[in-house]
Design a protein around this ligand. Structure first.
Ligand SMILES: N[C@@H](CCC[C@H](N)C(=O)O)C(=O)O
Length: 297
């Protein structure tokens, strides 16, 4: 239906930015091309991704799950190129902020359905939102990541594979290469080996240790390119850093919390055995209407 006007909201979490589209009844089955057109920073609204706000009962894969809670909202997340991902940590916080500001949910506890399962969230007294992300599974340190640098030859790191519902490869920079984080040219996609390590693609994080429980991270996201933050990426980065240091967490060891600084701000990641909690800001910055590109339902 060309020419359809669709209300939207623009928001971000540590400058990982999203176009939010409220679609309770599942009217907008956005094609990849439409999502890419919306996210285009010159010809569209511009964003790292789209968050479609749809009732859980409208999502076939959630037919079983919404029954206990007919008000459950599902986050249909898409990357800027229109591809689908299982999970978006910054997106969930923006999604919750949207639900609250529109009166579609009441806090402080707001559960959100995602392709990676139900994510409990809590709005904290200081306004930040804490998301129970589930496990950050460190799968091994067995891939190579090659990235371009400005004014330097490319570098290769051995990467940690981490599953946060979506796939990540984390490169931990040695203290002697700390400067390289700023020198990375993430305008060009990093490469990984073996080529079949991530059949569905991967998000690539580069991490410098800046304190006992503090790290700095840059990211090249699957489907979106370099972004100024990636919530699941910060969880992966914290989990890989803890694994590299043999830092036990969970059970009698208690939780370990990292501050993760990204170009767009800072978040906190708490690792506690199989649980990962991501805490950070989420803001809405604009409301408007766009004309849905051709090819809509
Ligand atoms: N920015 C997100 C992650 C979005 C999905 C990712 N690009 C993927 O394809 O898995 C975050 O905040 O987690």
């Amino acid at each position: 239906m060309p020419g359809l006007s669709v209300p939207f909201t623009k928001g971000h979490g540590t400058e990982n930015d999203f176009v939010v589209i409220e679609d309770p009844d599942g009217r907008y089955d956005l094609s990849p091309a439409q999502v890419a057109a919306i996210c285009d920073r010159r010809a569209g609204i511009g964003a790292d991704g789209v968050l479609r706000v749809v009732r859980g009962r409208q999502v076939p894969a959630w037919a079983e799950r919404w029954q206990g809670d007919p008000d459950l909202w599902f986050m249909d997340y898409r990357n800027a190129d229109g591809s689908v991902s299982e999970m978006c940590g910054n997106g969930v916080r923006v999604f919750v902020r949207y639900l609250l500001e529109r009166g579609l949910a009441t806090g402080p506890e707001v559960p959100v359905g995602t392709r990676d399962g139900l994510k409990p969230t809590t709005v904290l007294p200081d306004g930040r939102i804490r998301v129970q992300m589930g496990p950050s599974r460190v799968l091994g340190r067995d891939v190579e990541v090659q990235a371009e640098l400005h004014d330097h030859p490319p570098m290769v790191w051995t990467g940690w594979r981490v599953d946060v519902g979506n796939p990540h490869a984390v490169s931990l920079l040695a203290a002697s290469e700390a400067d390289r984080l700023d020198q990375l040219d993430l305008g060009r996609a990093p490469l990984w080996r073996p080529a079949d390590a991530f059949p569905a693609g991967v998000n690539l994080e580069f991490v410098r240790v800046t304190g006992d429980r503090q790290i700095a991270m840059r990211v090249f996201e699957r489907g979106s390119g370099e972004t100024r933050s990636c919530g699941t990426g910060t969880c992966a980065a914290a989990a890989a850093t803890a694994a590299a240091r043999n830092l036990a967490h969970g059970g009698a060891d208690g939780p370990v919390t990292f501050v993760v600084d990204v170009p767009g701000g800072s978040v906190e990641v708490e690792l506690d055995g199989d649980r990962t909690a991501l805490t950070g800001p989420a803001v809405l910055v604009a409301h408007g209407e766009f004309v849905l590109p051709d090819g809509t339902v």
